[in-house]
Design a protein around this ligand. Structure first.
Ligand code: KG4
Ligand code: ZN
Length: 340
């Protein structure tokens, strides 16, 4: 059997500490993810300092588990990949410094990976036969971006959010409704009991031709709907469960309508026949169903990242890094992390 190139990937850009071993960019030998949701829940958002500290405590343990589950010894790997942008700078520093240290300790190359490009690769990893060129919609807690991909490494930014990310809007609306953290999965669940047409929340397109997004106005519309225009009601406790479900479903529909319309517009404009969808919000069941229906009507090939590949993980990092490995695109040991 010909030798396979196994890459160790490390991800720590936000609040998941993750490590993975992937062979030849496709074969996921192990993928270990330690979530910090429990640490941030009482603050209803990621506290950067707590997140960095937790990464520091966990990263070596998680890498050890990834190697053990894949039954691979560190010297057998071809290279080590770490995410160096974008993300919380203290968090990036922990994972990327760990990647540098592992690479240096075994004398293997270091590869720097962009977190958003890795999310697009999460969808590519989920497809049988990834076809390019493609448009990728990356929807997460920190980002909402559209890219055009010629190859997994050639990405052109087509548009992005001007204010809140879609996942951030889910998390904030969940807070308004008094739902648990993180808000996305909680809204997804509650919305199944609600009517997406119950409340006509605004669909914010900016300019109809624009591929940029904006979600902060929608979040404010939900706040006014729940608490009143003068915020006279302190919270959502006056709403029945049924009314809360209608708010969740109607909010979710307003987000999803815009995400779908702009993704289809991007495909048309760039004459791409494949749409890749990744990032935490891509796990949303309503978005997945509606995207599938619309892409079928439009004759587009839809590739949704597998649910395990939507939220932050290191398999998408190690997978994408293999393409850089083949090109000899290595980073120096003094390569910096960049928050944007
Ligand atoms: O990609 P990710 O793990 O981290 C970032 O890079 O931001 O995305 C996390 C985001 C959170 O805002 C979370 O609420 C959202 O993804 N999310 C969801 C769902 N699962 C996670 N949003 C809507 N529906 C879901 N099922
Ligand atoms: Zn992410």
């Amino acid at each position: 059997m010909s030798q396979r190139d196994i890459i160790l990937g490390i991800e720590s850009s936000c609040d998941e500490t993750a490590a993975s071993l992937v062979a030849d960019g496709r074969d996921v030998l192990s993928s270990v993810v330690a979530s910090q949701d429990d640490l941030h829940a009482k603050f209803r958002g990621v506290v950067p300092e707590i997140a960095s500290r937790a990464h520091l405590e966990r990263v070596n343990l998680i890498v050890g588990q990834a190697l053990e589950r894949a039954a691979v010894a560190l010297p057998e790997i071809a290279a080590v990949a770490g995410v160096n942008s974008p993300g919380l700078v203290g968090c990036l520093l922990i994972g990327f410094t760990a990647a540098k240290t592992y690479a240096w300790s075994v004398g293997k190359p270091l590869i720097a990976v962009n977190h958003l490009h890795a999310h697009a690769y999460g969808a590519i990893l989920s497809a049988e036969q990834p076809e390019m060129p493609a448009v990728a919609l990356i929807v997460s807690g920190g980002h909402t971006s559209l890219f055009h991909l010629q190859t997994p490494l050639q990405l052109e930014l087509l548009g992005r959010t001007q204010d809140d990310a879609a996942g951030e809007a889910f998390d904030k609306v969940a807070t308004i409704l008094g739902l648990p953290y993180p808000g996305g999965p909680a809204i997804d669940k509650l919305a199944r009991q609600g009517d997406p047409a119950a409340i006509d929340f605004p669909r914010i397109y900016l300019d109809r031709e624009s591929l940029d997004f904006s979600f902060s106005g929608l979040k404010t519309a939900v706040l006014y709907h729940v608490r009143g225009k003068r915020l006279e009601r302190p919270d959502a406790s006056h709403l029945s469960d049924c009314q809360k479900a209608d708010v969740a479903a109607s909010f979710q529909a307003a987000v999803v309508d815009v995400l779908i319309d702009k993704s289809v517009l991007a495909c048309r404009r760039r004459r791409a026949e494949t749409l890749l969808v990744g990032g935490g919000v891509a796990a949303n069941s309503y978005l997945r169903r509606r995207m599938a229906e619309r892409c079928q009507n439009e004759g587009l090939r839809l590739v949704l990242a597998d649910r395990s590949m939507c939220t932050d993980n290191a398999a998408m990092v190690a997978g994408l890094a293999w393409h850089k490995y083949r090109r000899g695109d290595f980073a120096a040991l003094d390569e910096q992390v960049i928050s944007t």
